[in-house]
Design a protein around this ligand. Structure first.
Ligand SMILES: NC(=O)c1ccc[n+]([C@@H]2O[C@H](COP(=O)([O-])OP(=O)(O)OC[C@H]3O[C@@H](n4cnc5c(N)ncnc54)[C@H](O)[C@@H]3O)[C@@H](O)[C@H]2O)c1
Length: 383
């Protein structure tokens, strides 16, 4: 089978994905699409793409099998529903949507059309998450009793120009949108835990830290979310009896990234900026995992020893693979799902379990930490 893929949005994040979809052996054609005609032309030339299209609405009338939405985050929910209802499989960059009704609408569209949906959650493929998922499956940890996951992304981290990227994404709506509640983007932290154990959050109590920075991003009178918190911390009860703490920090003296600790009855895992270790019950049982989990440059463009690169198409060798080795796996999993018709990892039911807990956590933080139930939209249907 040879798929035709419509790539909608040719901005910063799409740069690593356009060449990967184009190179995948099961993809026959990539059609590029962007509202910005100059950007579209430049990317078509850069990546050697012959067919282009000026908007999502137009590409939905074309002969593409699937669309890849790498557009601004507040557009994802409605664009996914529209695309599914037009008969296309959908890959969407995170987050899947901004509200629970939008997520429910995507589920309905998947059920009614029989098309597939996958959210591009990068954390799910990070080396430490891949490794812990396998160790959990083997029983190394025993029962998980506690998990701690965080996503630190200060506005002024030194590795990327966060303000410039979000300004490019939001235009004159920068101050209206940039101050969204940190817990509304908790998918990178929550997916680390849910992506290892498969358990989901059932209850939450959260608190927020009122921002003090003079840039006005978290001024509740300015941003459309009326949000005052730049940092939020949530304590969740989980369906397997564990509890999980999640930190989403946007003002933090830290270079940034996703981190996780798991405490199991038999072993524990710790990943902080200082390194990664697995720990047993004796001091002598501590083993450093940096050799296995550090991304090394190589044939598969940045993977760790924990990654199963043998499953990747050989055409990906030497190609970009950003976000800690996740991009090639994301592309391959979506393409394979379109071809086999099987639910991909991070389908909409799983994506709901990454997103909804954070949405409810922010509600709790706004109410001073009152404990709230986290709705669960269930499992993906079995094939
Ligand atoms: N780790 C991660 O998973 C991660 C990291 C970075 C960004 N992202 C996600 O990637 C997404 C894109 O980020 P970006 O920085 O590339 O944004 P961007 O603003 O640079 O690019 C988005 C593009 O989509 C186009 N677009 C929007 N609506 C369209 C429509 N109806 N038809 C055609 N084109 C349309 C815009 O013109 C724009 O060029 C964001 O939603 C973000 O959440 C995820």
């Amino acid at each position: 089978m040879s798929l035709k893929i419509g790539m909608v949005g040719t901005g910063q994040m799409a740069q690593g994905f356009i060449p990967l979809f184009k190179a995948h052996p099961l993809v026959g054609e990539v059609v590029l699409c962007d509202l910005d005609a100059a950007k579209l032309r430049a990317n078509a030339e850069k990546f050697g793409i012959t067919r282009t299209c000026p908007s999502l609405d137009d590409i939905l009338g074309m002969d593409v099998d699937a669309v890849v939405l790498i557009t601004q985050h507040w557009l994802h929910g409605p664009q996914a529903v529209k695309s599914l209802r037009a008969g296309k499989h959908v890959y969407s960059a995170v987050p899947c949507a901004e509200t629970i009704p939008e997520i429910q609408e995507i589920i309905r569209a998947v059920q009614q059309t029989g098309r597939l949906y996958m959210m591009g959650e990068t954390s799910y493929y990070y080396p430490h998450v891949v490794w812990c998922r396998e160790q959990y499956r083997r029983g190394t940890f025993g029962d998980i009793t506690f998990a701690d996951a965080s996503y630190h992304h200060d506005w002024d981290i030194k590795s990327i120009d966060s303000r410039g990227i979000i300004r490019a994404r939001t235009g004159d709506k920068f101050l209206e949108i940039a101050g969204s509640p940190p817990m509304h983007y908790a998918t990178h932290s929550i997916s680390q835990v849910v992506g290892v154990t498969g358990a989901h959050m059932t209850k939450v109590s959260a608190l927020g830290w009122r921002d003090r920075h003079p840039d006005g991003i978290y001024d509740p009178a300015v941003n459309k979310y009326r949000n005052a918190f730049s940092n939020e911390t949530a304590l969740f009860a989980m369906s397997d009896g564990a509890c999980a703490r999640v930190n989403e920090f946007r003002r933090v003296g830290h270079p940034g990234g996703e981190f996780m600790t798991l405490c199991g009855t038999e072993a524990s895992f710790e990943y902080t900026q200082a390194g990664r270790v697995i720990i047993g019950k004796g001091f002598e049982d501590t083993k450093r995992l940096d050799d296995i989990l550090t991304i090394r440059p190589g044939v598969y463009g940045g993977t760790a020893a924990a990654h199963d690169v043998a499953r990747l198409p050989k055409e990906f060798a030497g190609m970009p693979n950003n976000h800690w080795g996740s991009h090639q796996f994301l592309v391959d999993d979506f393409v394979q799902a379109c071809v086999t018709g099987e639910q991909p990892p991070n389908n909409i039911w799983q994506a709901a379990r990454y997103m909804i807990p954070g949405l409810i956590a922010h509600d709790s933080a706004e109410q001073g930490g009152v404990q709230l139930a986290v709705p669960d939209l269930g499992d993906a249907p079995k094939a």
